[in-house]
Design a protein around this ligand. Structure first.
Ligand SMILES: Nc1ncnc2c1ncn2[C@@H]1O[C@H](COP(=O)(O)OP(=O)(O)OP(=O)(O)O)[C@@H](O)[C@H]1O
Ligand SMILES: [Mg+2]
Length: 457
């Protein structure tokens, strides 16, 4: 373990420091666009998803992708890049190549050109196994779900969540730093940090989804360090089922399983405890006598186990809560990152609705007669500021403006309500089989107004 002297000596030596930074880039770690690489280039993640049938070695794919990227002169923006048809090795094995997490840079500096970038290639294959469940004994609820990550089920989840620029990056950077500190053996007596994340905010703002998406993302970015990644979602409600005497056993069984996972140092384990305030509430209720005293044992057992678990270096604990005030649970109280996840901003509402409409256009539910594409929020704002609009932009601009009107009309709706809105709008159409985009958007606006007035009633 390093002594303070070791640390200062390392910093005094330029060459050693350079060497260490190179190491960070080689060992895919916190690849954030705002973190310059050793040569002042910006680290950008390039995620390469293999086909389920592929048996190619990750190193070979990574080398081939790096060669491909070297030959291309392009700007780096979030989104897919085509798998090259003239490279049979890549074409046979790769399902998708995606550039990720450049948005913060692009927001601040506008464009990211190929010579400014050092790509960090992450190669992965999705696990096709669904969640493994453990029945809780009452045949109705299971006490936990378990996924092998990266899981097919969470594919695209991270990209589908829209927040103000910075939130997702902050979470990713935080977790990546925590894992890097662990990996480099930073002495926790000298620099303390923990691996607990609490997301709190109103219902339906995507907290649970964001936890799962974060676990998936980290499993991809740390694939070369941890050969196995698992997500365990503890179903706190089921532990307080009517069979309290069984619950103690369930907690013991659950943690025995988690313990086995974390003892293997090449495993990275994410433990998700949703609505963590329910644990505190159950404890209070038990103390005040309004709940069976058995429940206090269960809650306390769970909390003690969580407290014990957090000392393991390869565990990240993800928690969510609907309440913003302090939660009376020790392990959450010590969370280093407590991020507020609020209702979607205008820009987020616009982008959520845009993705919904694009999906309906793709599926042919809304008919794209003129093959128009919708402008993203930044392009729309820019175009609206220029007084003249060229002929070919007229239609996309008209539709995008209508979409902006819809996003404005949705103020007050949660992300969850927004994702349901297009379905409700569709069911309000007189002819469900053919509908052109502007008709659909008008119906969407009416539906949003109706939903909001019903919420108030
Ligand atoms: N900001 C957002 N961007 C995109 N989709 C969102 C957003 N917020 C919520 N959603 C969508 O809403 C749905 C519900 O999200 P989720 O269940 O994760 O919310 P939650 O905050 O955990 O809610 P609750 O507090 O009720 O548990 C998800 O399908 C998610 O995709
Ligand atoms: Mg939730």
């Amino acid at each position: 373990m390093s002594s303070p002297m070791d640390v200062s000596l390392q910093h005094a030596s330029g060459s050693r420091e350079l060497c260490k930074l190179e190491g960070v880039a080689d060992h895919p770690g916190p690849s954030s666009p705002s973190m310059p690489a050793a040569d002042d280039k910006v680290l950008v993640s390039v995620e390469v998803c293999l086909k389920p049938s592929s048996t190619a070695r990750a190193e070979d794919i990574r080398a081939a992708i790096e060669r491909m990227l070297e030959q291309r002169s392009m700007t780096y923006v979030n989104g897919p890049i085509p798998v090259p048809v003239d490279d049979s090795f890549l074409f046979e094995n790769v399902k998708r190549i995606r550039i990720c997490d450049t948005d913060e840079w692009v927001e601040n500096h506008r464009v990211l050109l190929f010579w400014q970038v050092r790509p960090v290639v992450h190669v992965y294959q999705l696990s096709e196994e669904g969640p493994g469940e453990e029945p809780s004994g009452d045949d109705m609820l299971s006490s936990f779900n378990e996924w092998i990550l990266p899981a097919k089920e969470f594919d695209g989840l991270w990209e589908s969540l829209v927040y103000e620029v910075g939130l997702k990056q902050r979470l990713l950077r935080y977790a990546a730093s925590a894992l890097l500190f662990t990996e480099r053996g930073v002495d926790p007596c000298l620099v303390s940090w923990n691996r607990i994340i609490l997301l709190h905010g109103p219902p339906g703002t995507g907290k649970t989804s964001l936890c799962k998406a974060l676990a998936q993302k980290l499993s991809i970015h740390f694939k070369s360090r941890y050969s196995w990644c698992q997500l365990v979602e503890v179903n706190a409600h089921s532990l307080f089922s009517k069979w309290f005497s069984e619950s103690g056993k369930l907690v013991a069984k659950l943690f025995q399983k988690i313990q086995e996972m974390v003892e293997e140092e090449n495993n990275l384990v994410f433990v998700l405890i949703d609505e963590v305030e329910s644990l505190a509430a159950a404890r209070h209720a038990a103390l005040s006598g309004s709940e069976p005293s058995d429940s206090i044992r269960v809650v306390n057992a769970l909390l003690t186990q969580m407290d014990r678990l957090k000392s393991w270096p390869n565990v990240i604990i993800l928690t969510t809560s609907n309440i913003t005030t302090a939660i009376d649970i020790a392990f959450v109280d010590r969370a280093d990152i407590k991020a507020y996840v609020g209702p979607p901003t205008l820009q987020a509402r616009y982008e959520i609705l845009r993705s919904c409409l694009q999906e309906l256009l793709r599926a042919g539910i809304v008919t794209n007669y003129h093959d128009v594409s919708l402008l993203n929020y930044s392009s729309l704002k820019e175009t609206m500021h220029t007084s003249e609009t060229a002929g070919e932009l007229e239609r996309p601009l008209h539709l995008s403006r209508l979409l902006l009107e819809a996003a404005n009309a949705c103020q007050g709706l949660s992300g969850r309500a927004l994702r349901k809105l297009p379905f409700l709008a569709h069911s309000a159409l007189t002819n469900p089989y053919t509908c052109e985009p502007s008709r659909f958007l008008h119906t969407l606006i009416e539906t949003a107004r109706r939903e909001l007035s019903e919420q108030k009633a």
